[in-house]
Design a protein around this ligand. Sequence first.
Ligand code: MTE
Length: 390
Amino acid sequence: GGAGDPNILVLPEHSRTLGKPVATHPYGQPSQYEANLQRRESPGLTRVGAASVSFTPLQGLFGIITPSGLHFERHHQGWHDIDPSKHRFMINGLVKNPKVYTMDDLMRMPSVSRMHFIECGANTAMEWGNVAVPSVQYSHGMLSCSEFTGVPLSVLLDDCGIDRRRAKVVLAEGADGSSMTRTISIERALDDVIVAWAMNGEMLRPEHGYPLRLVVPGVQGVSWVKWLRRIEVGDQPYATKDEALHYIDAMPDGAFRQYTSIQECKSVITTPSAGQRLQGTGYYNITGLAWSGRGKVKRVDVSVDGGRNWRTARLETPLLSKCLTRFNIDWDWDGTPAVLQSRAIDETGYVQPKINELRAVRGTRSIYHNNAIQSWQVAQSGEVSNVQVY
Ligand code: MTE
C-alpha cells in the first residue's frame, strides 16, 4: 500500500489542455529534459577548437545509430558550410578522361546506402599510458555510426576510365584550409568506398563534410576526407603531411608504423560506465557496443570480475559488416565491488586484446589505435570509475 505515487494518481495539467501545433519546430529537436546529452570537448586537449575534437555521448545512446547532431567532430582546421552549387569534385591522375563533377552530376548517378561506424584512429588515445579520462564519452566517444548514401568510388573511377594496370593508390583531398589528404590503396578504393552526400537520410551536416565526404568502411576516420574535392589516381603512396607526421604508430623500437589504416576489433560497455552510479543491488542489463574494421562481430564476452570469468553476451540485430553491433547481458549485482569488461571477437577470429597484451607489442608511447579491453570498476557505493586491469 501506502499513499501511492501522485505522478500516476493526479491527472497532470498537460492532459487537460491542447498541446503545441505541428511544425512548431520545422526541424525537430530533442526534449528539453535531454539537454545534458551533448557532444563535448575534453578540457585542455587542444589549444584551439578549430583543430580539436568533440566526443559523442555514448553513455546516453541506444541501438547502433548515432543521431546526426551527436556525431563526434574532428577538424584539423575548423568546419565550413560550403555552397553545394559551387562545390566541385575532380578525378585526375592515372585516368583516361579526367573529370570535374558538380553535385547535380554526382546525385544523378546510381547510389548506395550503407550503415558503417567511423572511429578516429586517436580514439582511446589518452589511455595508452595509464587511466586518464573520467567517462566513456571521452575514452571512446570518437566513434559514431550512421547510414551513408552516395555513389561508389569504383563507379566514378570507371566513369573516368581508370588505368587499372598502373593504378596502385588514390589520394583523397579535402576543400578545408588544411587540405586534408590521404592515400588509399586501389584495392580498397575499388571495393566498398563511397563518395557520400547524405548521412542518416538527410544531406550531410556541415561539420561532417557537407556537401561531399569520403566513406572508407573499416578504416580510421582520418581517411574519411570531408568537403571532398579531388581524387587523384597514382602508382605509389603519396606520403603527404597528414600521413607522414600524423596518424603513425610509435613502436617500442623507436620506429614509426605508417599507413595502419584498419580499425581492429574493439568493444566497450556503455552502461554501466565510468561517471554513472548504480542505484542499489539487483538486476542490471549491461549493454555496450562492439565493432571491427575487418567485417562482422562474431561474439562478445562480458566479465564482471576483471577478466577471470567470462559469459557470452546477446548480440542485437542487425549484425552488419564494419558497423556497430549492440550487445547486452543480464547481471545481478550483489553489492560487492566488481570490475566490468567486454571482449569482442570478429569474423576473422581476431580477439580484442588486454591492455598489457597490446602494450607488449606496441609499447606505451603510441597515440593511435588503442583497441584494448576497457575496465569499469563498480565500488560498493555503486559509483563506477575508469580503471586499468593487467
Ligand atoms: N577531412 C578534412 N577535410 N579535414 C579534416 O580535418 N578530419 C579527419 C576526417 N576527415 C578531417 C577530415 C579526421 S581525423 C576524422 S577522425 C574524421 O574526419 C572525423 O569525421 P567527423 O568530424 O564527421 O566525425
